[in-house]
Design a binder for this molecule. Structure first.
Ligand SMILES: *[C@@H]1O[C@H](CO)[C@@H](O)[C@H](O)[C@H]1NC(C)=O
Ligand SMILES: *[C@@H]1O[C@H](CO)[C@@H](O)[C@H](O)[C@H]1NC(C)=O
Ligand SMILES: *[C@@H]1O[C@H](CO)[C@@H](O)[C@H](O)[C@H]1NC(C)=O
Length: 441
């Protein structure tokens, strides 16, 4: 791999050189590589230049996409199921974000997707390590491709990716201020994000009850399971809280005839979840939450044609092969909130957007509203007083697709008819939101 990298850099710069005089690289240009962020800990990144006939890459922002899990792969799921130029069948995606940005997928934490740890101690166990690893990667990236240092850089995220994005953004804003990373950091967007896990769990019952997915008995069961999670979190027993969270999910499944946590109106995708007898709760959870991001068809694509095309994946590294281990290593950190980090971002002046899908259960909008109200940010009272603005669904003019509200450096988007994976559920609306956040609309 170390042998391949210089060759690859050579061809990359050769093509940039050849296109001097032309205004930008050819459409559809891509570049990818590994960075060793700690000894034996390798992170994979994959950059797509924009594919837009009327704009050059210099005129469009750079967006880094972070997937959830932890253990879900941006280069796989985010790329081929949500926002990349091609879908899982390698057909062009009409609502790809490469129309409006250069898009950088990073498989993080280490062990996710094509990223890998050579040793068991290579995995991160908390978001501080996740953030410091990403800072190493970003420093490398902006040194390697310095054209991007002045281009507005945004971090977009989904689910657990949002928790990581918040921590990374705080470290990045410090590093930029100190000059240790050269980039034009313009903001962070937290999509259906695991910012305050307890607020999500505590609102599952009320949300499901309001949408006819629980009766009074079911509501009582779900609430009582959630109360146990609350006690564990209050006592700072975070590993136990993760186990009890898992129990609560089982109670939800039993009472709702197996509602889909990622979109309450959509049947469980592909393979219905079944636990293996004797599985402990942490590995059960790893299994339950990693599997939807590693559908068989995506697995075959990533470990087949994609790995062949990339040509730098070490032979003994399988896409997704360490994903459940990533999750279990982070289990003690999983239920910790990062509301204080969002507060620090707002106080520091970083542009923060929260966006959430109406039909998401696992990170329901009710829970987001709850942690939002806990912010100490001085702009909160003014934000709260403002009325929201409806947005038409670009795919169905005249029909409301979202509401949004913004005050100073904070914005909130309520995305209608979308579950947890907003770009795959409401592609045109997600693309419009991207343009609004990155000030192209
Ligand atoms: C792959 O094999 C190499 C050489 O045998 C070893 O050093 C490395 O730890 C292995 N990597 C993984 C992810 O198993
Ligand atoms: C995060 O994990 C690393 C490595 O295990 C450890 O050194 C560090 O103290 C942890 N940080 C926090 C804030 O827990
Ligand atoms: C933050 O967003 C505001 C618009 O809401 C914009 O005027 C400002 O330039 C943005 N800040 C950065 C650092 O991009």
């Amino acid at each position: 791999m170390a042998l391949f990298a210089p060759l690859f850099i050579f061809f990359f710069f050769l093509s940039v050189l050849l296109s001097t005089g032309l205004s930008s690289p050819l459409p559809g240009k891509e570049v990818w590589d590994y960075v060793e962020v700690r000894p034996g800990a390798h992170m994979f990144w994959w950059l797509y230049y924009p594919d837009n006939p009327s704009a050059q890459y210099q005129d469009l922002p750079l967006v880094m996409w972070l997937q959830g899990g932890p253990g879900g792969s941006g280069s796989g799921f985010g790329n081929f199921e949500e926002i990349g130029p091609l879908n899982r069948d390698l057909e062009p995606r009409k609502t790809s974000w490469v129309q409006a940005a250069s898009v950088l997928f990073v498989d993080n934490p280490v062990g996710t997707g094509f990223s890998y740890a050579e040793r068991p101690d290579g995995f991160a166990t908390n978001v501080s390590t996740v953030a410091s690893d990403m800072l190493v990667l970003l420093k490398h990236f902006f040194t390697r491709i310095p054209e991007f240092q002045s281009i507005p850089f945004y971090i977009f995220s989904e689910s657990y990716g949002g928790k990581m994005a918040a921590a990374i953004s705080l470290e990045l804003s410090k590093a930029v201020a100190e000059g240790s990373v050269k980039c034009n950091f313009a903001g962070v967007a937290l999509g259906d994000s695991w910012i305050s896990p307890l607020d999500s769990v505590m609102t599952w019952g009320p949300y499901l009850y309001a949408t006819s997915l629980l009766d009074d008995n079911g509501l009582a069961d779900v609430n009582s399971a959630a109360q146990k999670v609350k006690q564990a979190v209050e006592q700072q027993q975070f590993l136990q809280a993760t186990e009890l969270w898992s129990v609560t999910e089982t109670v939800v499944e039993q009472n709702t005839n197996g509602v889909n946590f990622y979109n309450i109106l959509t049947p469980e995708p592909d393979e219905k979840f079944t636990s293996t007898a004797g599985e402990n709760f942490i590995s059960l959870q790893a299994h339950r939450h990693i599997r939807p991001l590693h559908k068989q068809s995506l697995n075959e694509l990533m470990n087949g044609p994609i790995r062949k095309k990339l040509a730098i994946i070490p032979q003994n590294v399988t896409w997704g092969g360490q994903a459940e281990e990533v999750f279990t290593k982070m289990a003690g950190d999983f239920m910790r909130p990062v509301v204080d980090i969002v507060d620090q971002l707002l106080t520091t002046g970083v542009n923060v957007t929260v966006y959430n899908g109406q039909l998401d259960l696992i990170v329901d909008t009710l829970g987001q509203e709850l942690w939002l109200k806990k912010l100490k940010w001085e702009g909160l009272p003014s934000f709260t007083q403002l009325r929201w603005t409806p947005l038409d669904d670009p795919a169905s003019p005249g029909i409301t697709g979202a509401f949004y509200k913004t005050y100073k450096n904070f914005a909130f988007y309520w995305i209608l008819k979308a579950g947890h994976m907003i770009p795959s559920d409401q592609g045109p609306m997600a693309l419009q939101m991207l343009k609004m956040i990155t000030q192209q609309d």
